[in-house]
Design a protein around this ligand. Structure first.
Ligand SMILES: C[S@@+](CC[C@H](N)C(=O)[O-])C[C@H]1O[C@@H](n2cnc3c(N)ncnc32)[C@H](O)[C@@H]1O
Ligand SMILES: [Zn+2]
Length: 261
């Protein structure tokens, strides 16, 4: 299922490394992920700081309803072979991997994949761009794309005919009260749909609930997971550090698309 990023031939596992018939060789890291990024590709995945923040937040179970719902949905569709595109530290990947025969997680952040591959030995984690996936065409029953950039043409290439894309994006009210702590004027998120004849929307599922954060570190970790971390003026970000409690809405949209050739 893995293909060589240099010559696109299949890769085979040979004692601690992957190799193609042209003898291009890719070592598997101590933690278990394989680096298939070519030297010319710039690494631009999430930093160590962002990965630690996300791990600290997610491991407390605040997004567990989403993790459970994704497993429940995936069970209804063909899921023998799955790929998580932009898998981060594998919080959702390792849950869905339990349902699949083969599972791959692709991300450009080495720090995220170190964590992911230590905590999940079933999935093969791959350091690569999701816009140039070193994975064989038309070989996946399901692709997941959760809070990550959408590589539409790669998804179409990777999925089998009638394979499904499970996409998760923030719903309108996601983190609304949290944003009110940062900005004077707060807008709801825009929810879009993929406009592509080959991807038919089969189902849209929404999850909305309230979470109660009870310490400053967790509130700041949530902040570091969001795009607001980059956009917020320093003074507002500093003010957030003094908050010791916060109740906020979490709201997700899960869209399931079927690929039609
Ligand atoms: C907001 S995080 C979501 C991670 C995970 N899906 C989750 O929800 O916990 C977005 C992820 O996409 C990855 N990413 C962004 N651009 C990428 C690219 N071009 N190729 C591979 N990964 C990318 C980042 O490194 C990061 O781990
Ligand atoms: Zn090769």
């Amino acid at each position: 299922m893995l293909i060589c990023p240099k010559c696109q031939k299949p890769l085979y596992f040979t004692d601690k490394a992957f190799q193609c018939e042209n003898k291009h060789n890719y070592d598997v890291a101590r933690q278990g992920y394989v680096n298939l990024l070519l030297g010319s590709q710039r690494m631009s995945g999430d930093s160590k700081e962002m990965v630690h923040a996300r791990t600290h937040f997610l491991e407390q179970g605040f997004y567990e309803p989403l993790q459970n719902k994704l497993c429940e949905l995936l069970e209804r569709y063909a899921h023998a072979c799955c790929v998580d595109l932009g898998c981060g530290e594998g919080y959702y990947t390792r849950a869905i991997a339990k349902l699949c025969e083969q599972c791959y997680g692709v991300d450009m952040s080495k720090e995220a994949l170190k964590y992911a591959s230590v905590h999940d030995k079933k999935t093969q984690y791959v350091l690569a761009s999701i816009f140039h996936c070193p994975l064989a065409s038309e070989s996946f029953d399901a692709a997941l794309n959760i809070f990550a950039p959408l590589p539409e043409s790669e998804i179409l290439r990777l999925l089998k005919d009638k394979g499904v894309l499970i996409r998760v994006i923030p719903a309108e009210r996601h983190l609304y009260e949290f944003k009110q702590r940062l900005y004077e004027q707060v807008y709801e998120n825009e929810v879009d749909r993929i406009d592509n004849k080959q991807l038919k929307l089969m189902e849209e599922v929404r999850i909305e609930k309230s979470i109660h954060l009870l310490d400053a570190q967790t509130i700041y970790s949530l902040f570091q997971m969001t795009p607001y971390y980059w956009k917020t003026p320093k003074a507002a970000a500093e003010k957030l550090k003094s908050l010791s409690e916060l109740e906020t809405t979490i709201a997700f949209v899960i869209q399931i698309y079927e690929k039609n050739a």
